[in-house]
Design a protein around this ligand. Sequence first.
Ligand code: DAH
Length: 354
Amino acid sequence: MDVIYLTKSGVWYSFSAMMKEEIAKAKAEALAKIAEADSVKKLEEARVAILGKKGAFTKVQQGMRDVPPAEKPTVGALLHEARGAVDAALEARLLQLQVMEDEKRVAGIDLTLPAATLPMGGLHPISLVREEAVRILRRMGFSLADGPEIEDEWHCFDALNTPEDHPARNEKDTFYFDSGKLLRTQTSTVQARVMESQAPPVRIICPGSAFRRDAIDATHLSAFNQIEGLYVDREVSVGDLKGTLEYFLKALFGDETAVRFRPHFFPFTEPSFEIDVQLRAAGQAPRWIEIAGCGMVNPAVFENIDSKTGKNLYSGCTGFAFGIGLERLAMIRWGIRDIRLLIENDVRFLAQFH
Ligand code: DAH
C-alpha cells in the first residue's frame, strides 16, 4: 500500500495520515499482546514479536524513513509516545508476572517455620581422647612439653641408647631425609630434649605425631599419634610407674578396665613393659591390644644427656617413662575394631563422636 499512496497526488499528506493510523494500531495491538501474556516466558515471546528485528512495531518504526521532512516531528513524536507506552507496559507486566510466579513458587511454604538445622562439625575422636588423656595426666602433676616432628638421629635414637644396628634405625622402618634428618618414629624424642634443657625433677607429657614405614593394617598406621610421658626424680620405683599408668587407664576407661603389663625390651628403659588393655568391639570377642610401652629410664640415657650437656644433672636420678598410642586409646574407648576408620574421614563414622 505504500506504493499506491506514493504514486498518488497529495501523497505526502496521505502517507503521514496512514503512518499515524499504523502507529495507533501497532500500539494497541502491542498493548493487547502484552496484557495477554500470562507468563514471563510468553511475555518475552511477545516482546520479540513486537520489538524484535522483524517485530510488528519495528516495521512501523521503519516507515519513518518515508515520512516527508515537514511531517517528521509530529509523526516522530507520536511514534516516540507509542514506543514509550509499549516499553512501560512491558516493564510493568514483567514485574507483575515475576511477582505472580514468585508467589506461586512459595505457595504452601510456611516462611515462619524454623529453618532446617545445618549439621554441626565436631572434634575428631583422636582429639577427644587426647584432650581427655591430657586432662587426666595434668591433674596428676604432669605438664606439657613439645618437640619437632622432623628430628635428628641424636634425639630419636642415640640419646635414647638405641645402637646403630637397631632395626628401628633401618631405612625400611624410618622415613629419612637426604639431609640425614628423619620423621620421628616416637615421641620419646621429647624426653631427650626436655632433659637437655632442664634440671630434675621432670614431670612432662607430650602428645604428638610419629611416623614409621609400617604397612597399614587394622591396628597400624604409618602416621599416628602418641602421648609420651617422663617422670624423673630420686627414688622413683616400678610401683610408681604401675600405679600412675593403672590410675590413668582406669580414669580414662572406667574402674573395671583390665590392664596387663608384659615384660618387653626398649633400649631406653630397664626393665621395660608393654601395656595391654582389652578391646571390646561389637560383634567381636574381647581381645588384648597393646596400647603403650613403658619402663624405668635406663641409666645409660641419663649418662648420654649428662655427657651431651656436660652438666651432670641426672646422675643418681631414677625415673619412669611411657609412650601411649592415641589411636589405640580411641579404639578401646569406643570399641573401634579397625584403626583405619580413624583416617578415612567418613562423616557417618565421625558423626558418632559428639
Ligand atoms: N617409644 C616407644 C614406642 O614408640 C614407646 C615407649 C616405650 C615410650 C617405653 C617410652 C618408654 O617412653 O619408656 O614404641
